[in-house]
Design a protein around this ligand. Structure first.
Ligand code: AMP
Ligand code: MG
Length: 329
C-alpha cells in the first residue's frame, strides 16, 4: 500500500472534510456514485448471508431509556448524550443496540442481526481523524450460546466471501476508485493478538500503530471495557475482540457477554454505571432469563471507507455526519 492509501486515524486537513451533496463537483458526484454502489453491495451481501444462516432481522430502535453506557471504553469520547423526554419519560438516542440484542437473543431469537443506528456525539476534535461520524450504522449481530471463536470464525468467513464477491461483481467501481489491486482476499484464520502484548510493544496507541504494520486483518483480544463484555475475574481476561484492518484500524468490536446477575452488578458498581437505566436487564438476569451469548457490531461506514479508500468516513454518507459540523441536511 502506498502512503496515500494509508487511511484511518490520520490527521486530515479541513480541505479533506466531506462537503454536503449539493456542493459536490461532477467528478465528486461520480466518485460518490461508486461509493454508494459499494455500500449497496455490502448491505446486500451481509443481509443475505445473515438471513441464509438463520439469523432473524430486527428493525432498529431509536429512543429507549436503556442504551449502551459506552463507558468505560478506552476508545469512547462522547461530547454529549442525547436525552429527551417523551410521554413524561426520559429516553436516550441509541448509542448501540447492545442491550436490545442481549434481551432479544435471550428471550426470543437465538440468532439475530440488525442495522442499528448509533448516535454518538463524538468530540469535535475527532472531525479530522477521518474515522469518526456522529451518526453511523452498525451491522450488529448476536448468537445464543456462541463462543468468541465461533463469532470470529463466522466473521472471517463472511469477510472472505465479501472480498471475493466485491472483486467479482464490483470490479468496475473498485477500478474507478483505484482500489481493485490494493484489496486482497484475506487468509483465515486471522492472527489473534493480545492487547497486553500490544501495549508492551506500542504503548497506549497500539490501535493506531498496529494497522500500519499489518497486511492481513487481525484480531485483538482482551480489551477492558463496558460491563456487558465477559470478564474472567480469576485472571482479569476479557473475552472480547476487535477486528483491525490493514492501513485502517478497527471496524468491528464484539465479545462473549456477561449473563450472571452477580457479575453484572459488581461491574456496574465498579464502573459507576447507573443501575436504574438497566433495571429490566438486571431483573431478567436475576431471574436467570439472560442467556450466554456472543456477537459483534461492524461499523458499516468504516468498512466501506476502507474498501473504497475514502479519506474521510463522511464520504460514505451522502449526508455526512462529521463531528462538530452540522449541515442543513
Ligand atoms: P464499538 O462497539 O463502540 O466499538 O462500535 C462498533 C463499531 O462501530 C466500531 O468497531 C466501528 O467500526 C464503528 N464505530 C464506532 N464509533 C464510530 C464512529 N464515531 N463513527 C463511525 N463508526 C464508528
Ligand atoms: Mg470498539
Amino acid at each position: 500500500m502506498t502512503e496515500e492509501k494509508i487511511i484511518g486515524w490520520k490527521s486530515l486537513s479541513i480541505n479533506d472534510l466531506p462537503k454536503p451533496l449539493h456542493q459536490l463537483s461532477g467528478d465528486e458526484i461520480q466518485r460518490r456514485k461508486c461509493i454508494s454502489k459499494v455500500m449497496t453491495f455490502v448491505l446486500k451481501y451481509f443481509t443475505k448471508e445473515f438471513v441464509n444462516r438463520g439469523f432473524e432481522w430486527l428493525l432498529p430502535v431509536i429512543f429507549s431509556a436503556s442504551t449502551d453506557p459506552l463507558w468505560p471504553d478506552p476508545g469512547a469520547s462522547i461530547e454529549k448524550r442525547i436525552e429527551v423526554e417523551i410521554y413524561g419519560k426520559k429516553v436516550r438516542a441509541t448509542l448501540s443496540m447492545i442491550v436490545h440484542k442481549i434481551m432479544a437473543c435471550s428471550l426470543i431469537h437465538p440468532k439475530l442481526f440488525t442495522l442499528s443506528p448509533n448516535v454518538r456525539i463524538e468530540r469535535r476534535d475527532r472531525a479530522l481523524t477521518g474515522v469518526h461520524a456522529y451518526e453511523f450504522t452498525q451491522l450488529d449481530f448476536e448468537a445464543r450460546n456462541a463462543s468468541s471463536s465461533d463469532i470470529r470464525s463466522l466473521v472471517e468467513d463472511l469477510f472472505v466471501g465479501l472480498m471475493k464477491e466485491l472483486k467479482k461483481f464490483m470490479r468496475d467501481e473498485l477500478v474507478y476508485l483505484d482500489r481493485y489491486s490494493c484489496l486482497q482476499i484475506p487468509n483465515p484464520p486471522f492472527k489473534v493478538l493480545n492487547r497486553v502484548e500490544l501495549e508492551e510493544k506500542y504503548g497506549g496507541e497500539w490501535d493506531k500503530q498496529l494497522p500500519l504494520e499489518i497486511s492481513e486483518p487481525v484480531w485483538v483480544v482482551n480489551i477492558p471495557r463496558e460491563f456487558y463484555d465477559f470478564e474472567d475475574f480469576e485472571n482479569n481476561y476479557w473475552d472480547n475482540y476487535d477486528l483491525l484492518l490493514p492501513g485502517y484500524g478497527e471496524v468491528l468490536s464484539g465479545a462473549k457477554r456477561e449473563w450472571e446477575y452477580s457479575k453484572i452488578i459488581i461491574k456496574m458498581e465498579r464502573d459507576h454505571v447507573r443501575k436504574e437505566n438497566y433495571s429490566t436487564l438486571l431483573k431478567l438476569a436475576k431471574e436467570k432469563r439472560i442467556k450466554p451469548s456472543a456477537g459483534a457490531g461492524i461499523g458499516l461506514e468504516r468498512l466501506v471507507s476502507w474498501i473504497v479508500g475514502a479519506k474521510h468516513i463522511g464520504e460514505t454518507q451522502l449526508f455526512p455526519r462529521v463531528p462538530g459540523i452540522v449541515y442543513e441536511l
